[in-house]
Design a protein around this ligand. Structure first.
Ligand SMILES: C[S@@+](CC[C@H](N)C(=O)[O-])C[C@H]1O[C@@H](n2cnc3c(N)ncnc32)[C@H](O)[C@@H]1O
Length: 217
């Protein structure tokens, strides 16, 4: 109950200035962000699995918000907050440099028609934002069932100095990385026998902590 009440209060958090996250979460635990959380099942499962982290879900449509709030309430979680916003506009305003520990972007809308590709979320300017807000050693986890979007993701991340592709240069995984929890879309795609492309990029700060933390997927 308490968690949902807190979330409803935070729902109109369209604050276009920096946010005091320690105040919002009530602690200074690492922050993990999921962009486009859909029905919230992945976000909630992650938050249950890792109570020592704070989770922020950013979702552009309100449809899933109610369902996600119910899940959070049922699970009695107090380490999750939801924000209705467009992620590429919100992230650079909500976070200063190195404030985010991990980012998850699962099955971003692929906009399959070529004339719509410019609407895709993953592009060099957004990747630059991700790099700025991530702490050294932090990771961006992506999954898509679209081969050409996966290629575009690779090009955008590998074009950003300081991101290391943990699957190896120009490579992605076609099996889920260890410990990955499946999302709703992922479960449907797997049932349909589709190939899924998984990508993980780590922010490497030369001479800093980032290098020491690199581990294979
Ligand atoms: C294909 S669904 C995937 C949902 C969920 N991640 C999953 O894997 O089951 C893409 C989700 O991203 C959201 N979304 C798309 N563009 C977004 C943006 N720019 N900012 C925030 N959310 C976005 C959509 O509303 C939708 O819920």
């Amino acid at each position: 109950m308490e968690s949902a009440a807190a979330l409803i209060q935070l729902d109109p958090l369209i604050v276009w200035t920096r946010v005091n996250w320690a105040q919002i979460f009530g602690n200074r635990n690492p922050i993990r962000v999921e962009v486009g959380f859909g029905n919230g099942s992945f976000l909630v499962a992650m938050a249950q699995r890792d109570p020592a982290s704070n989770f922020l879900g950013i979702e552009i449509y309100s449809r899933g918000m109610r369902r996600a709030l119910r899940r959070i309430e049922r699970a009695g979680l107090n380490n999750v907050r939801l924000l209705r916003a467009e992620a590429s506009a919100a992230l650079p305003r909500l976070f200063g440099p190195e404030e985010v520990g991990e980012v998850y972007i699962n099955f971003p809308d692929p906009w399959p028609k070529k004339r719509h590709w410019k609407r895709r979320l993953i592009k060099p300017s957004f990747v630059e934002t991700l790099y700025r807000v991530l702490e050294g050693g932090g990771r961006v986890h992506l999954a898509t069932d679209h081969f050409d979007y996966a290629q575009e993701m690779l090009a955008s991340f590998e074009g950003q100095d300081g991101f290391l592709n943990l699957a190896g240069e120009k490579a992605f995984l076609t099996h889920p990385p260890e410990e990955r929890l499946p999302t709703k879309y992922e479960q449907e795609f797997l049932r349909e026998g589709k190939t899924i492309f998984y990508l993980v990029f780590q922010k490497v700060v030369l001479g800093g902590a980032g290098l020491a933390q690199i581990s294979k997927l």
